[in-house]
Design a protein around this ligand. Structure first.
Ligand SMILES: Cc1ncc(C[n+]2csc(CCOP(=O)(O)OP(=O)(O)O)c2C)c(N)n1
Ligand SMILES: [Mg+2]
Length: 723
């Protein structure tokens, strides 16, 4: 059907078309080249016309990563637009990542005005001379499937449809469009376009039946077949097909350098994450969506082993050098190719041999899981916190409603991902800075899921964290960012250790260019955007901290007002004694331990008490001081009233901190015992009081108390135990 829409400019026609084609978002980092587009957005907004929702991402690295994250969760391409050559320059790393991950993105950049004068949009800024290049697309051409510069509105529909179609055709990947300002700014009256689009949506690919039969013959005849997979789970539907094939063969699946959930980690045929020790014994190897099945410099299969590659582009044709032996290469969508293989193998497999093999691999699976758990247990009390223990603690809070985005350092052996589409790891190209944006894009795509983003301290900095936290707050995208802070680029260190095992750097313990010290207070970066940030140094607190942040802070503080359906609401029995609550973990606990003069005037609901109680528990554990809160009448002399209450604590008073609030008299007092005072300077207490009073004035009693407790806890810090 031909549709006609009144538009004022080419820029508006572009928005009209993108919306018609189902593009939901425009991840943008704007510049002067955006003027016609912003004008068009304003007009369409005023008139209630649909456009892709504009998302302001104040750095190109997270902008591209957000589109990547959104597309990897939904499979739907989104649009990124950046500012001329300089914005494109910043974005290239992300485009390389999207290209090597086969993620569809319509990447675009404005182009500096072409003309010096004479057109609407001709050059009118000094940058307009220096920001022109001879070939703007050259910057990304190697990593996009197609590039073009829009010349006229008359080609707009063709160009948009071609861009979106090519991005989605396998092997999927980014495409690039340059949008000159004169073209975007050209006046128009209307645009006519086909709705729905007259382009075929790219479909899945299927290998020929002959090649499937041949591959199935090789696999079914093998005595010791094994499967290596890296990225089949890009299509969540491929997981079931791979399970079917592995079971039909009784073959282990090695989830090697995996970037997706390819195979349920708890499946008895999940062989772990390293195929190398088993290569030598294999007589048939199936390599599924894996660019690097082994390192030829260290190990390789036996010469007579038959090797089959399956993938949308099993030759990895955009890689300059890749020479893994191949007897058969099946080009096809893994979901279909693997299912076809499973069906074909079913016709000829030797059931008895399969059962024996399966038993053997099941034994090794169980041993590996137990060994991983033991590795974490062995270091659970180590300080600084061991990466394996941190990984285990993250792994333990993951459920099938959680999505984890991992840009280094989460050790997947310590978790157990089973649901397709719940785990995403850094792209094969490893362009750092992907994680934060990808997690935000994933959250945008899956608002009902809990998002955990694991990053190294290095990766966190690369991700432009101030921009990422800005987006998180601005667009209500709560994510738990876990920074694995080892104060170094350990990967670079390890490379030196491998390269020169007994060399100068190792012997002299000197590794310039690898340290990230002095380490910033990373938790502050998040707080600067209204998030809750916390540093955990005590390994014993880790499990609680994760539970706590997920169940509490993530939706209480960051950002406000977002509910987490993933976690069931806390059930609060009505007949509990006043001041008692059921916490998220089911524990009944008392938040306020004082005799309350007039219980009926307590302005807290049970749920608010839960929050307060958990905050009290956490700050008390963190600081090892006893925190308590009193709310009620403090009498004429509020300070004396508070002192009296503090005195009621008896022997515990020395290391206690009492926050006493008299709402009627609008008074806040903090009383510290002698031990506690050593850790909490008066100035810090005053700041906390000021912050609380400010919140109370806005009527936010609980919020004020919580932020006051946080400030006190920050100031007291963790105790320095002498050993
Ligand atoms: C854009 C970019 N620059 C540099 C690198 C090189 N590089 C690879 S890993 C790494 C260190 C990552 O540090 P961190 O996130 O702290 O993890 P760790 O190595 O400490 O485990 C660096 C700098 C890269 N991959 N990408
Ligand atoms: Mg690090």
């Amino acid at each position: 059907m031909l549709k006609r829409a009144a538009v004022e400019s080419t820029a508006e026609a572009y928005l009209e078309l993108l919306a018609a084609r189902g593009v939901e978002y425009l991840f943008a980092n704007a510049g002067t080249d955006f003027a016609p587009l912003i004008e068009a957005y304003a007009k369409r907004g005023a008139q209630g016309q649909a456009s892709p929702r504009p998302i302001t991402v104040p750095h190109e690295v997270p902008a591209v990563a957000m589109a990547h994250g959104y597309a990897m969760v939904t499979g739907r391409p989104q649009v990124v637009m950046v500012h001329v050559i300089v914005g494109a320059g910043n974005a290239v790393g992300g485009i390389i990542n999207a290209a090597r991950s086969n993620v569809p993105i319509l990447f675009s950049a404005g182009r500096n005005p072409i003309t010096e004068a004479g057109h609407a949009g001709s050059r009118d800024r000094p940058i307009h001379w220096a920001q022109e290049s001879f070939d703007q697309a050259a910057m990304v051409r190697e990593f996009v499937k197609w590039d073009y510069e829009l010349r006229s509105v008359s080609d707009l529909e063709t160009v948009v449809d071609r861009a979106l179609t090519l991005a989605q055709a396998e092997p999927q990947g980014p495409v690039y469009l340059t949008l000159p300002r004169e073209v975007l700014g050209a006046r128009q009256e209307a645009i006519e376009y086909a709705d729905p689009a007259r382009v075929a949506k790219p479909g899945p690919l299927v290998p020929s039946p002959e090649s499937i039969d041949e591959a199935a013959r090789i696999l079914a005849a093998a005595r010791n077949p094994l499967i290596i997979v890296k990225a089949a789970g890009r299509d969540p539907g491929a997981v079931a097909s791979l399970v079917a094939l592995a079971e039909m063969l009784g073959a282990p699946v090695f989830d090697q350098f995996h970037t997706y959930v390819n195979f349920p980690q708890d499946h008895p045929l999940h062989g772990g994450f390293d195929a190398a020790p088993h290569l030598d014994a294999a007589d048939a190897i199936l390599v599924v969506e894996s660019d690097v099945p082994w390192f030829p410099a260290f190990t390789r299969p036996r010469a007579e082993a038959r090797i089959i590659h399956v993938g949308v582009d099993p030759l990895f044709s955009r890689y300059p050098l890749r020479g893994f032996p191949t007897d058969l290469a099946l080009a096809g969508t893994p979901r279909l190719a693997l299912q076809a293989l499973a069906d074909a193998v079913a016709r000829s497999a030797d059931a008895a041999a399969v059962a024996v093999r399966r038993k053997r691999w099941e034994g090794q699976h169980a041993g590996q899981r137990e060994a991983a758990a033991a590795r974490a247990r062995a270091v659970q009390s180590d300080t600084p916190i061991d990466m394996a223990w941190l990984s285990r603690c993250v792994g333990d809070v993951v459920d099938d409603q959680t999505i984890v985005v991992n840009e280094y350092d989460l050790d997947a052996t310590q978790a157990c991902f089973t649901e397709p589409g719940t785990y995403f790891a850094a792209p094969p190209s490893g362009g750092l800075g992907w994680g934060l944006g990808a997690a935000l894009g994933a959250k945008l795509a899956a608002p009902d899921k809990t998002l955990i983003c694991c990053v190294g301290d290095g990766a966190y900095i690369f991700g432009a964290p101030t921009a990422a936290h800005f987006v998180s707050r601005a667009y209500n995208l709560p994510v738990l960012f876990v920074v694995f802070n080892n104060r170094t680029w350990n990967a670079v260190k390890r490379a030196v250790q491998t390269f020169a095992k007994d060399g100068w750097a190792v012997k002299t313990d000197s590794m310039p260019l690898t340290a990230l010290e002095p380490a910033p207070d990373y938790e502050m970066v998040c707080r600067a955007s209204g998030g809750h940030g916390e540093r955990v140094e005590d390994p014993a607190l880790l499990p609680d901290a994760h539970e706590y942040h997920l169940k509490r802070f993530l939706h209480e503080f960051f950002p406000r007002g977002v509910e987490f359906p993933a976690h069931p609401a806390v059930a609060v029995p009505e007949d509990l004694p006043l001041g008692s609550v059921v916490t998220a973990s089911g524990r009944v606990s008392a938040a306020v331990e004082f005799d309350v003069a007039e219980p009926s005037t307590l302005p807290f609901s049970a749920v608010q008490l839960t929050r307060l109680d958990e905050a009290l528990t956490l700050v008390s554990r963190h600081t090892e001081l006893r925190f308590s809160v009193y709310l009620g009448d403090l009498g004429e002399d509020s300070h004396a009233g508070a002192q009296r209450l503090h005195g009621q604590l008896g022997a515990a008073a020395a290391d206690s901190v009492l926050v006493a609030v008299d709402p009627q008299r609008r008074n806040v007092d903090i009383v510290t015992g002698p031990e506690a005072r050593l850790r909490l300077a008066d100035r810090g207490c005053k700041l906390a009081v000021m912050s609380m009073v400010a919140s109370f004035k806005e009527g936010d009693l609980v919020g004020g108390l919580l932020s006051g407790l946080r400030m006190l806890s920050d100031q007291a810090g963790v105790p320095h135990h002498s050993h």
